[in-house]
Every structure is written in structure tokens, then in C-alpha cells.
Design a protein around this ligand. Structure first.
Ligand code: SF4
Length: 362
């Protein structure tokens, strides 16, 4: 099959039934029942490519955990469907506006793989999503009449689930709006369906620079030859690539795994950008970790690997993202601060409170 057609093969052979999934992993009668119980609440689908990364007999496989429904999804008393109150921050159809100068525009409700931890599970994979011509026009009209919007993130679902023609139509319409300075695409296809990143797609995308793309790899097992080639094609088209991992219990809540992931990503020319704290999102109690786990991971990355390979650990809230970091300032006296380095050594740095003080920098 020609490579350009391979992504359509992945979509049309998307795994949605347990008997198909059984070709990749062991499905016991009990697991079959569990999946039936979960799918009435939270949909699922998996590309053959991603399913091929699963370890048949390893119930702890990070690929299985991210993609295959688990009965624990139905036991989450704290979880809510819209933890960021995105629906209340929507001034136009499918647009989320939290920050003064930028918006997220959800242009699709489908993805190659429906991640079990998906933040937008209230809309992804569900019928109610409206991306009709009228809904698109209303969103574009809103962007056109709101001059403070200089940055538009196309997200979803996954924008790259569409054909090149539809993506180009959206990009061309955005580019016709003078105050839109940059366009970003959020897509997990480099990880879950790298075949989507064709030469043709990249040639089209590069007509719409400045264009950035953020993706989501959560585990080193996802850094395959196919994913590397997809990222290289995007990078060769001049598209800066960032990665937004989600901190997931039992998948990547371990500094060693995160270090391997971020080192692998920079080799693929993808900059680790964020690690998201897993939200109190329905069906994700089994994935959530204490915030301290994420802070400890950052402490074990900073200084121990390339600075730009260390992502920012954030909690997203209805008021925007809040960065969380170990505290490196351990004390302050009158004219100095005491800082702890990555190895725990303390450094005293002169730092007068009042720069006009005669004691300054004595
Ligand atoms: S790719 Fe993103 S939007 Fe799609 S299911 Fe996964 S987390 Fe959700």
C-alpha cells in the first residue's frame, strides 16, 4: 500500500470491538464484560498501528493502559466531565477562551485513538458535536471581530483527522484574518497514527507559517521509528514541535521513565513542553497522582538532563495553567538568598532587598 494511503487504512480499520482487539491482547470473558460496561459511558477506538505496540500478556503495558477501557473508569467519585469549565468559557461555537490574547478552537470531535485520560471526553467520540458550515462561520466571525486574538490553537479532538483539503480550508480562513499572528495545531497523530504525517500534509502546512504543532507522547514505548519519521517530516517543514505529556499513574509517574521520554523526544526534534497534572476528570481516578509526584519528577530532571528537555509541570484550572516547580530558594537573609542546586548544594547569592542600600553587594 502506498504510504500516503496508509493513514486512511488505519482509520478504516480502527479497532472498536473486543474480538478485533483480541488479535492484539488477551481478552478474557471478564475483560470483555468490563469493556462493554465502560463503553456505554466512555467510547473507545484504537488504530492497528497503536494496538501493535501493545504487549499481549502484560496488563501493565503503558499502551494498553492508555487506550483500552478499564472497569476502574466507572469508579471516580471526584471526577467531573468538564473540570476546566470550558463550556462556560465559550464565547462562540467550539471556542474556548481563558487567556486575553489567544483561544483554543475545537475543530473536531474525533481522534485516531480515544485516550482513556482524554480531557475532552465530554465531546470527543460523541455525536452532539456540531462543526457544520454555520458553526465554523460563527467561530471564524468571532475570531475576525476580536482583534486581541493573536494566537489560535486548533484542537479537538484531533484536527489532523481531517483530509488535507479541510485542514487547508481552516488554515486559509484563519490566515486571512490579519490579527491572527500564529496558528498552533494540537495533534496526537504523530504518536497514535504517525502515517497521517505525509509529505503532502507537510507541504500544505508549511504554506501557513508561522505554524506550531504540539503533540502528546506519554511513554518511551511510543517513540517508534514511524513516530520519529513523522516528527522529522514536520520538523523538516519548519514546524516547531512540542510535547505535552499527561502525568499518569502506572504509566509515566516515575522519574526514570520521564527522563527516558524527554531524552528520546529531543532526539526526535520534539521539545518537551508541558507535563500536565491529570485533571479531576470523570473516569481517571486510577490515573491521578499527588501533585508532589510531578514536582519530584521535575526535581529529578532539572540539572540531570539538558535544560530544554525539562518540561514545565502545570495544573490546568478554569483560571488558566498554573506552573508547579520544586522550590530552589531555600532561605533569605537581609542581603542574600540561599539557593539549592540540583545536587542539594547550597549557594549564597548576594541579593540586597533595596538596591539603593549602602550595604548592597557588600
Ligand atoms: S488525542 Fe487528545 S483529544 Fe484525542 S482522545 Fe487523546 S487526549 Fe483526547
Amino acid at each position: 500500500m502506498p504510504f500516503g494511503g496508509e493513514w486512511k487504512y488505519q482509520i478504516s480499520n480502527s479497532i472498536r470491538k473486543t474480538d478485533e482487539l483480541g488479535k492484539y491482547i488477551s481478552i478474557t470473558p471478564e475483560k470483555d464484560e468490563d469493556i462493554s460496561a465502560v463503553e456505554s459511558e466512555f467510547s473507545w477506538c484504537i488504530t492497528p498501528y497503536y494496538a501493535n505496540l501493545m504487549e499481549r500478556n502484560d496488563s501493565q503495558c503503558p499502551i494498553i493502559k492508555q487506550a483500552v477501557p478499564d472497569i476502574t473508569e466507572l469508579h471516580d467519585p471526584l471526577g467531573v466531565m468538564d473540570p476546566l469549565d470550558e463550556e462556560k468559557h465559550s464565547p462562540a461555537p467550539n471556542i474556548v477562551k481563558v487567556y486575553p490574547d489567544r483561544i483554543a478552537w475545537c475543530v473536531s470531535n474525533s481522534c485516531a485513538v480515544l485516550c482513556r485520560h482524554c480531557l475532552r471526553k465530554r465531546m470527543v467520540g460523541r455525536e452532539s458535536f456540531d462543526f457544520s458550515k454555520e458553526a465554523r462561520k460563527s467561530a471564524l466571525d468571532y475570531i475576525a471581530r476580536t482583534p486581541e486574538i493573536r494566537d489560535v490553537l486548533l484542537t479537538g479532538g484531533d484536527p489532523l483527522i481531517y483530509d488535507d483539503g479541510m485542514i487547508e480550508e481552516i488554515l486559509a480562513r484563519l490566515r486571512a484574518i490579519k490579527h491572527v499572528e500564529i496558528i498552533r495545531i494540537g495533534s496526537r497523530t504523530p504518536c497514535t497514527m504517525p502515517q497521517r504525517i505525509t509529505e503532502g500534509l507537510c507541504s500544505m502546512l508549511k504554506k501557513y507559517h508561522p505554524l506550531w504543532l504540539n503533540t502528546q507522547f506519554n511513554h518511551p514505548k511510543e517513540l517508534t521509528r514511524e513516530a520519529t519519521e513523522a516528527c522529522n517530516r514536520l520538523a523538516d517543514a519548519g514546524i516547531p514541535l512540542g510535547n505535552q505529556s499527561v502525568l499518569l499513574r502506572g504509566i509515566n509517574d516515575d522519574p526514570k521513565i520521564m527522563k527516558e521520554l524527554v531524552r528520546g523526544l529531543v532526539k526526535m526534534r520534539v521539545r518537551p513542553y508541558y507535563i500536565y497534572q491529570c485533571q479531576t476528570l470523570s473516569g481517571t481516578a486510577h490515573f491521578r497522582t499527588p501533585i508532589e509526584t510531578g514536582i519530584e519528577i521535575i526535581r529529578k530532571l532539572r540539572g540531570f538532563t539538558t535544560g530544554f528537555a525539562v518540561p514545565t509541570y502545570v495544573l490546568d484550572t478554569p483560571y488558566g495553567k498554573v506552573p508547579m516547580s520544586p522550590n530552589y530558594i531555600v532561605d533569605r537573609d537581609k542581603d542574600a538568598v540561599y539557593l539549592r542546586n540540583f545536587e542539594g548544594k547550597i549557594w549564597r547569592e548576594p541579593n540586597p532587598m533595596d538596591e539603593n542600600s549602602p550595604d548592597a553587594y557588600i
